[in-house]
Design a protein around this ligand. Structure first.
Ligand SMILES: [Zn+2]
Length: 70
């Protein structure tokens, strides 16, 4: 039955999402993968709360072992 759906763990809320819903963010040579839903949250926080997204990306990158490879 197919089963070819590739999943990736969203680094922001540590949730499994379809791979095509994942966006890769990069800042200061750090990489974080977030789903489109969390990307909206991050964007809103940056605009409203002036949050430094670069710091969040760095923190997510340090949690790397949680990223699964299928
Ligand atoms: Zn997410």
């Amino acid at each position: 039955m197919g089963g070819s759906t590739v999943t990736t763990v969203c680094n922001f809320r540590i949730e499994v999402r379809p791979d095509d819903d994942i966006v890769e963010l990069q800042a200061d040579h750090r990489t974080a993968r977030v789903c489109s839903h969390c990307l909206v949250l991050l964007t809103v926080h940056r605009r409203i709360h002036h949050m430094k997204v670069e710091n969040v990306i760095a923190q997510m990158d340090e949690r790397k072992p949680l990223v699964t490879e299928v």
